[in-house]
Ligand binder design. Sequence first.
Ligand code: 13P
Ligand code: SF4
Length: 317
Amino acid sequence: MDVDKEISSQEMLKEEIKRLKKEKGAVILAHYYTRGEIQELADHIGDSLALARIAATLSAPVIVMCGVHFMGETVKILCPDKKVLIPDTAAGCSLADSCQADQFEEFIKANPGYEVISYVNTSAAVKALTDVVVTSSNALQIVDSYPKDAKLIFGPDRNLGAYINSVTGRSMKIWNGACHVHEQFSVEKLVELKKSHPQAQVLAHPECKKALVILADVVGSTQALLNHAVNSDCKEFIVATESGILHEMQRMCPDKLFIPLPPNDSTCGCNDCSFMKLNTLEKLRDCLLNEQPTVEVDAQLAEKARRPIERMLSFKF
Ligand code: 13P
Ligand code: SF4
């Protein structure tokens, strides 16, 4: 297909999506890590906390969650009466997969008397075993709302857990899980980039390894990194998180330079989350047209998983 034809077919797809969205009364939510063209079509874009907060307030009968499966589950748990669609059921999450509910339950049983704090990147079954859910935007504050000597389990991200332990001086028991994207960033390439761009600030997500986090100027959730980029006087940034956020950073700061930090193995494209990138315009059109695939969560399980999510949402941060 030549370039002009490709552009016009993309434009037709976008128009079809807008028409179907109106016809079905649907709202499209998209995470910052999805493709730029998906973010541009969405009614709301955000990090996992913002999207959960927005989902809880929606009145539309159909919600399309462009992100990964656990995000669709969170929306369904918060909005059980709505039809929740995801463009591709194969959009999973290596971090959520690194914490299977049966093994997490064993871990909890082996540590009686501990409060269980789980990152939102988990299955509904893991959330159902949890006392309070957190995202990278509020994890520090929610952990710090507990007394200093509280016995806490934190799962599943070992890097985020270790980061919170180091900042708060706590010794939470941490599940040994990780995200394949954030663990792959190259410290060597960061050192090289810092030399070639001495004015640049380094922005890192706390899911990155400690060796990288200690070289960062700002450590924070996707939203916190975006906010910093917008509000800072600095004009250059090296970004150590999934590359989809560069779309919104560049849109909000057209005069600033954003350099995506490459992974260790530059052939693996690891600063792209392959799961997030499964959301394409074609699949978004098809899921609106066919009203499937839907996300379903067993009602009893959803009831148990809703409590720790609502507890998180009740915090003001
Ligand atoms: P945020 O909480 O920053 O949206 O992160 C979600 C995620 O999947 C990180 O890899
Ligand atoms: Fe999961 Fe990592 Fe992708 Fe985030 S970037 S959705 S944690 S695999």
